[in-house]
Design a binder for this molecule. Structure first.
Ligand SMILES: [Fe+2]
Ligand SMILES: [Fe+2]
Length: 127
């Protein structure tokens, strides 16, 4: 994972811990949430993700248009795909490492949460 992604994960973990206090989650859930925040973007690791592709991912174009634009750069399309799919990639990495199911779920769903802890993580990530 790039240093900028590591710093983002640490900031997200700090925000998640702060938010967990206002949401009144248990100490055990807070620990799980902080671990998930530290690892939530682990799916981005190991890929050549250039600055231009990161900017492209955030533009308000359709997925198909962005993929065509990404072909301008060498490996741009595959880098864009990693950025788009990194929650699932991260969840799968953690599953292979033997992480607990709740941690895997929080990481895999951090863009589309289905639980209260997931919503806190998304808020911390967006903040
Ligand atoms: Fe993410
Ligand atoms: Fe993130």
């Amino acid at each position: 994972m790039l240093p900028c992604d590591q710093a983002h994960c640490v900031r997200t973990a700090r925000r998640a811990e702060e938010l967990s206090l206002t949401y009144g989650v248990s100490e055990e859930e807070r620990g799980l949430l902080v671990r998930a925040a530290l690892l939530h973007d682990i799916g981005k690791g190991g890929a050549e993700l250039g600055f231009a592709v990161r900017v492209l991912q955030r533009l308000p174009f359709s997925r198909e248009v962005k993929r065509r634009m990404a072909r301008i750069w060498p490996h741009g399309e595959s880098a864009l795909r990693v950025l788009e799919d990194h929650p699932g990639i991260g969840g799968e990495k953690l599953r292979r490492m033997g992480a607990c199911r709740r941690l895997i779920g929080l990481v895999a769903e951090h863009h589309c949460p289905t639980t209260k802890l997931g919503e806190i993580l998304k808020r911390a990530d967006d903040g």
